[in-house]
Design a protein. Structure first.
Length: 221
């Protein structure tokens, strides 16, 4: 029985490689974007290999994305690289919030997309030495090549998967550490209260920086 998010994804790739893992519909004017289990695994593995060249296990990586499948790939890439993902809102009108998160978690690098990188770098340059010291990389530049599935990455269930930051009543960032066990146990709850099966389509929103809805579709418990 899989015990972590990574093990569940590996299981789905082994059993149903061509089954759709994620579908994302940005708007009425943009096309549907989909990733099969196999495509998600190898895209995330490619990102993970890049991350591992810049970090060590347990480092923190801040994710700066609009809602899209690139974010999903980056998130799982962090898990496969055994770094701690830090989902955050894009720094457009809230640079102070990003600075506060960076001060608290001290990430070693930031990941984003080619579409967002220029505006993020412009904002970065205006915020002082703290942000300037954090390199920004785009995940589309990693090359996903299908090959042998390879062994599953073994991670202890109490290993942090990501950091969840939320604003309290005083508009201050509060940090919550979410482990692999936390996510598995959270996803189990609705399944225990319903007749959900592996053949169902799970529909939700992708908040990126304040929820764990993005991981639920890859977990059939």
């Amino acid at each position: 029985m899989p015990k972590t998010i990574i093990e569940y994804l590996h299981h789905h790739v082994t059993v149903n490689p061509d089954e759709v893992a994620f579908s994302f519909l940005p708007s009425k004017t943009e096309p549907l974007a989909e990733l099969t289990n196999r495509e998600l695994w190898f895209a995330a593995l490619s990102v993970a290999n890049f991350i591992k060249s810049k970090t060590k296990a347990g480092d923190k990586v801040i994710l700066l994305y609009s809602p899209n499948v690139d974010y999903v790939v980056a998130f799982y890439g962090c898990l496969l690289a055994q770094v701690i993902a830090v989902p955050a809102v894009l720094p457009r009108n809230n640079a102070a919030q990003i600075i506060d998160i960076v001060n608290k978690c001290q990430p070693v690098l930031a990941l984003t997309t080619l579409r967002e990188v220029s505006s993020i770098k412009d904002i970065w340059q205006k915020q002082g030495d703290l942000l300037k010291s954090i390199s920004i990389f785009t995940t589309e530049n990693s090359v996903s090549l299908f090959g042998a599935l390879g062994p599953v990455v073994e991670v202890a269930v109490d290993t942090p998967a990501f950091l969840h930051y939320f604003l309290d009543s005083e508009n201050m960032n509060k940090e919550m550490v979410i482990t692999h066990r936390d996510i598995i146990e959270t996803v189990k709850l609705p399944q225990l209260m319903s007749t959900e099966t592996s053949g169902n389509i799970w529909v939700g929103w992708m908040p990126l920086f304040n929820d764990i809805d993005l991981v639920a579709p890859c977990l059939t418990i």
